[in-house]
Write a protein that binds this ligand. Structure first.
Ligand code: GDP
Length: 444
């Protein structure tokens, strides 16, 4: 899961200082030392860490913290703001050309996820922004690359422009833009060739394509799991090609987060998107603030809501909210929710967006895999209608029957019942928290 290792260490450190009514210079010193170690262990660029720690220290021992009413929380706010700033501050948008089509050039090393991201980006532009992109296969050196993009295109039911492997990539790019104008596509996304390493031939070719079509965006696709290598690749591409932004792929598998936290400072180019899995809908706009929240265990409710909005029926969501509020949530609702949640993406990723969920031991240790979900479904389906409404009706012999009927064990049944109760409690707390927040009118 993204940032897991770093998040765990930072949250431990942060916990020590959160509730403090008084924060001494010594406390700040200890905290920054631990934050520094955590970031270095996460493979964040050394210089980036040094500057960040300096800023956190200055602010944390300054007036804004020492004289506040809740110094512990204030320190954390400082850490969060600095992490946000480190990742670029504001979320950056995709450019739009004055006259369509907007041309986006995708660049990157082989295997970084360039072709996949080309498809994901097209899907994003259509789904979220109602655009009609034309995909362009300009990687003529790897015949499989053209096929790969064509396959993605047919999955998405989107046109792919290609001229085979004999044509010149610069010609392909130029003609693709002409085609897009004729066919009224508002975006052109060019999948260019990758190499194993940064080399001059590759850069020359990319430069020629850039000169020929004048793209509004040049996105460099880098693999987050390669840590500082990704940062170095970004630095050299940027020096030679003057990229406009970075797409960080495979963040789902990056437990450390070194690339995500270093790229903006090192290249001064924003991370625009993050790849969170292999599927075509697993591309997220990169929001520095939300990412900082996730790293610090404060959850990311906004992203969760956005995900829900694209995947969950609005009326059902309203009904659910009502049920959460008056505690009438039953196993039937749970079953229905599971169906919807499955459409939203991997569960551990969703869990990381819920504030405090990572601190709930039961939830954290629960292996949220698909197999287990199937068990849960089977258990609920083996209950009677009345039991789903009121789990207290289940006595020992009924539990045995349910376990048998669902191909599970009594202890699995018991565990589910317990987790369901815990979940209801958490829902109650969350709805109360929201009410509290509304009352005070806080907005962060
Ligand atoms: P290219 O050579 O840069 O065009 O790379 P591909 O698009 O062929 O991707 C290489 C591999 O990385 C493929 O197996 C993709 O499915 C995988 N991949 C791409 N993006 C992601 C991502 O965000 N998460 C994960 N887990 N895998 C990804």
């Amino acid at each position: 899961m993204a940032f897991e290792g770093l998040a765990e260490r930072l949250q431990g450190t942060i916990k020590k200082i959160t509730g403090k009514g008084k924060v001494s210079e010594q406390d700040v010193k200890e905290m920054t030392r631990e934050v520094r170690l955590a970031l270095l262990e996460a493979d964040v660029n050394f210089k980036v860490v040094k500057d960040l720690i300096k800023r956190i220290k200055e602010r944390a021992v300054g007036q804004e913290v020492m004289e506040s009413l809740t110094p512990g929380q204030q320190v954390i706010k400082v850490v969060k703001e600095e992490l946000t700033e480190l990742m670029g501050g504001e979320q950056s948008k995709i450019a739009v050309a004055d006259r369509p089509p907007t041309v986006i050039m995708m660049a990157g090393l082989q295997g970084a996820g360039k072709t996949t991201t080309t498809g994901k980006l097209a899907n994003h532009l259509r789904k979220k922004h109602n655009r009609s992109p034309l995909l362009v296969a300009a990687d003529v050196y790897r015949p499989a690359a053209i096929n790969q993009l064509e396959t993605l295109g047919s999955q998405l039911e989107m046109p792919v422009f290609s001229m085979g492997t004999e044509a010149n990539p610069v010609d392909i790019a130029k003609q693709a833009v002409e085609r897009a104008k004729e066919a009224h596509h508002d975006y052109v996304i060019i999948d260019t060739a990758g190499r194993l390493h940064v080399d001059d031939d590759l850069m020359d070719e990319l430069q020629q394509i850039k000169d020929a079509v004048g793209p509004q965006e040049i996105f460099l696709v880098v693999d987050a799991m390669t840590g500082q290598d990704a940062v170095n690749v970004a630095e050299s591409f940027n020096q030679q090609l003057d990229i406009s932004g970075v797409v960080l792929t495979k963040l789902d598998g990056d437990t450390r987060g070194g690339a995500a936290l270093s790229i903006k400072t090192v290249t001064d180019k924003p991370i625009k998107f993050a790849g969170m899995g292999e599927k075509l809908d697993q591309l997220e706009p990169f929001h520095p603030e939300r990412m900082a929240s996730r790293i610090l265990g404060m959850g990311d409710v906004l992203s969760l809501i956005e995900k829900a909005q694209t995947n969950v029926d609005e009326k059902q969501a309203k009904d659910l909210e009502e049920k959460m509020r008056n505690m009438s949530f039953t196993f039937d609702d749970f079953l229905e929710q599971m169906g919807q949640v499955k459409n939203m993406g991997p569960l551990d990723e969703l869990m990381s967006m819920i504030p405090g969920a990572n601190k709930m031991k039961g939830l954290k240790n629960a292996q949220l895999d698909e197999k287990q979900l199937a068990h849960v479904e089977a258990i609920i389906q083996s209950m009677t209608k009345a039991e789903r409404q009121d789990p207290s009706l289940m006595n020992a012999s009924r539990k045995k029957r349910i376990a048998k009927g669902s191909g599970t064990s009594v202890s699995q049944v018991n565990r589910l019942l317990k987790q369901f109760e815990e979940m209801k409690k958490m829902m109650k707390q969350m709805t109360n928290m929201q009410k509290g927040k509304k009352g005070k009118g806080m907005n962060f």
